[in-house]
Design a protein. Structure first.
Length: 334
């Protein structure tokens, strides 16, 4: 595009900003409830709503309450939920066997949601960290995060989630080759229509802190994730990762975190035109909530502006803990 602007007074940009109607007509991008994926934390028990201190307004929910949340989300028009389990520390092992237990918390939640609210899409997390005694996304031997052994474990985990009825698998582990391995295994097992939303460009970020509290991984994690998650200094590498994951069979791709990486979102959308999502992660949510609680910013307006920024940067949708709040604001402003 060659932006054209006549000199003033032929062009006065303020003409189209004068009234709400003119501003609406000139609006380039839009935000709708269809653009939201709501990440939800699941825990055991029943009737349990367990607040997460570093994520005001976000709770770990027992499965019965997750089903209620799914009903609320469906009523608001939110198209998808993404489930993250808070696993009992007693079930965490170095072999991560609980990850492919068909009756683990995540798989039970998938079945319960699909039985009660069949129309909402259920997305999963495919990574070993909620089940790993050392908090890593892959299997660890002698301090090394093993790639190919981890991929085998992740494939097992993915198949069990597909079997439980997941609509979208979300590999967040950043091992090499996992998308192709999962896609082949899904085809072979007859799960031809299960979608994969690859966390293709996932950075080794300090913005994940509150999430690790939420899933109980903070204490467990030994070291950092820099040998598998991306260096925040890199951008071309993100394009190569997205290309690779699309070739291996990803249907959708994600950039994570969100707001500090909008340049990556734009590059990925322009280069591939594939369904592109960003994850507005826990630390981004916590910063907005914390400043709003102190009265330093208008939380609702900052929330809406942040979501519009993702759309403007080329994202088709956003995983955000704000999803139900955003949906309510959109409903009110209709
Ligand atoms: C781990 C995983 C993480 C998040 C989603 N999946 C954290 C990590 O990589 O350590 C972060 C989400 C958030 O911060 O909101 N598989």
């Amino acid at each position: 595009m060659h932006p054209f602007a006549a000199p003033s007074p032929a062009s006065r940009f303020r003409r189209l900003r004068r009234t709400p109607a003119l501003r609406a007509l000139a609006e380039e991008t839009s935000l709708s409830v269809n653009d939201l994926i709501w990440p939800v934390f699941v825990r055991d028990g029943s009737g349990v709503r367990d607040p997460i201190a570093s994520m005001p307004g976000v709770n770990r929910l027992s499965i019965d309450l997750v089903v209620q949340a799914a009903e609320q989300a469906a009523n608001l028009g939110i198209p998808a939920l993404c489930l993250f389990p808070y696993t009992d520390p007693a079930l965490k092992t170095a072999g991560c066997e609980e990850a492919w237990n068909p009756n683990n918390l995540a798989n039970k939640a998938i079945r319960a949601i699909k039985a009660a609210v069949p129309d909402i899409a259920v997305m999963t997390d495919v990574a070993l960290d909620p089940y790993n005694a050392n908090g890593h996304d892959g299997l660890v031997r002698d301090g090394i995060i093993l790639n190919d052994e981890s991929v085998e474990a992740l494939v097992r985990m993915a198949l069990v989630q597909a079997e439980a009825g997941a609509d979208i698998l979300g590999p967040s582990d950043m091992m090499d080759g996992r998308i192709g391995a999962m896609r082949q295994a899904l085809e072979a097992a007859g799960h031809k229509d299960v979608a994969i939303l690859s966390y293709a460009a996932k950075y080794a970020s300090a913005f994940y802190g509150p999430f690790r509290d939420a899933v109980g991984a903070s204490g467990a994690l030994k070291g950092d994730k820099k040998t598998y998650q991306m260096n925040p200094a890199n951008s071309d590498e993100a394009l190569r990762l997205v290309a690779r994951d699309l070739e291996e069979g990803a249907d959708m791709v994600m950039i994570k975190p969100g707001m500090p990486y909008l340049d990556i979102c734009r590059r990925v959308k322009d280069a591939f035109g594939a369904p592109t999502y960003a994850y507005q992660v826990s630390g981004e949510y916590a910063m907005i909530k914390a400043a709003a609680e102190r009265g330093w910013i208008d939380g609702e307006r900052v929330m809406m502006e942040s979501l519009m920024a993702f759309r403007r940067a080329g994202c088709d949708g956003v995983l955000t803990y704000f999803a139900p709040e955003v949906a309510r604001v959109l409903q009110r402003n209709r």
